[in-house]
Design a protein around this ligand. Structure first.
Ligand code: COI
Length: 355
């Protein structure tokens, strides 16, 4: 930990908490009373403040609006049965955030702002953490470039913010995925491993096309041959083939290094499955399905948590998975939830307590 940086706190006069329907929370539409904001100027971070959630003014020439120097993270906080608050593996997101910052030529955010600021903010808005199963407090740290400039160059000024959203599940039903063979999310040497806003913006058109066909998400393939699967727009993917869990490896720099992905690998290994992180071709997936060896597919992500897959479509090949096949995913989901809400011991030391 570096030297402490002062974080000023201005509390709301009247909380909006009582207006929230915690029995019917959507994902990412309700925001807590407070947010964190910090400015980067003249090579240093300053004005770190926790203040009432609200809008801020921008100019039309704000750099981020034009060239998309913007990165973000997604983290979740949970409550146990006694009302104690915990954040799931936030340090991993902190590290990934600064990896994204480097790729996008943005300044690193120090631990004392990202981590200490997040803990202080959650401590203040702790009562907003939902306790309903499959709900959580979604934490969204993000950074934008704030120079007033139309020239194409990295900004000198940036804003870092953290907002909090009590949220229900991102997906409410098992997913239908379409293998994408025309459009590309990430190529080697690109920014696929960074949680850069533009990666998500560029995925919207292909995803909208897939939605028109009744699919929830595309399953991206490599940029060169469209042969190897990568990830979905909102989650990493796992394939259970025989007794082995296979997930695409990170070596090409085209896939997001998911914190849930990493946690699921640990849980699968502890459940006795072989886990392979390696290139996985769509041909191998189809062959395994035809041999009756492809038992299950599921997605992993902070927002998506563990998402069951009911269908994977590749050209005219439909691979279908009935609810009784989602066995591994169900076990992993239960194991992860139990750790997150302290129903079972946090043997991996994943949960950060917030007082
Ligand atoms: C997350 O899982 O936290 C993400 O950032 C994905 C986003 C599409 C909601």
């Amino acid at each position: 930990m570096t030297a402490t940086m002062e974080i000023s706190i201005t509390k709301v006069q009247n909380s909006r908490l009582s207006e929230v329907d915690f029995d019917n929370l959507p994902f990412g539409k309700v925001f807590t009373d407070h947010m964190l904001e910090a400015d980067y100027e003249n090579g240093e971070w300053k004005n770190v403040q926790i203040k009432p959630y609200g809008s801020f003014s921008i100019t039309p020439a704000l750099a981020v609006l034009h060239y998309g120097q913007a990165i973000f993270e997604g983290i979740k906080a949970y409550k146990d049965a006694d009302g104690n608050a915990y954040i799931f593996r936030p340090y991993d997101n902190f590290k990934r955030f600064n990896i994204s910052a480097q790729r996008m030529q943005m300044p690193e955010v120090p631990e004392e702002i990202f981590m200490d600021g997040m803990v202080k903010l959650i401590s203040l808005d702790k009562d907003w953490i939902p306790s309903k199963e499959d709900n959580a407090l979604y934490i969204r740290p993000f950074m934008i470039s704030t120079d007033e400039l139309i020239g194409v160059r990295p900004s000198d000024k940036y804003k870092f913010l953290i907002i909090l959203s009590p949220s229900g599940p991102y997906y409410n039903a098992p997913m239908r995925l379409l293998v994408e063979e025309e459009y590309v999310r990430a190529a080697e040497g690109g920014a696929g491993y960074a949680k850069a806003a533009g990666n998500y913006g560029a995925a919207m058109f292909p995803t909208a096309q897939a939605k028109k066909g009744g699919y929830d998400q595309v399953l991206w393939t490599d940029a060169t041959a469209h042969k190897y699967v990568q990830e979905c727009g909102t989650m990493n993917v796992f394939f259970i083939i025989g007794n082995t869990a296979i997930t695409p490896d990170l070596s090409q720099g085209t896939i997001l290094a998911g914190v849930t992905r990493k946690s699921v690998i640990t849980l699968l290994q502890d459940m006795g499955l072989n886990v392979e992180e390696r290139p996985l071709s769509i041909d191998e997936i189809v062959a395994a399905y035809r041999d009756g060896q492809l038992n299950e597919i599921f997605g992993t992500g902070t927002a998506a948590t563990i998402s069951y897959v009911q269908e994977l479509r590749y050209n005219d090949i439909e691979m279908k998975f009935a609810p009784d096949s989602w066995k591994t995913a169900a076990k992993i989901k239960e194991r992860l939830t139990d750790i997150r809400v302290a129903r079972s011991e946090d043997v991996y030391n994943w949960m950060l307590s917030v007082k």
